[in-house]
Unconditional design. Structure first.
Length: 73
């Protein structure tokens, strides 16, 4: 079944932030997304992703943890 939508969830320990990537058209079904705002130096963020098809939403992925640099560049 084709993917109709993605739901990206990320959190920095301050509450869940959701981003719905909706639709069949590019860029919504690409498998990359860049978070560039609201990030803090030397902080760990958690990310989860799920997809939707005509039967509904799938389960969320395992949590991925990414830590920002303490010295950008």
């Amino acid at each position: 079944m084709p993917i109709l939508s993605y739901n990206l969830v990320w959190d920095a320990g301050t509450g869940v932030c959701n981003i719905d990537l909706v639709g069949n058209a590019i860029p919504y079904t690409q498998l990359s997304y860049i978070v560039t705002q609201g990030l803090y130096v030397d902080k760990t963020y958690s990310f989860m992703l799920r997809a939707q098809n005509i039967y509904g939403w799938g389960e969320f992925s395992y949590v991925s943890y990414i830590r920002t640099s303490d010295s950008p560049g």
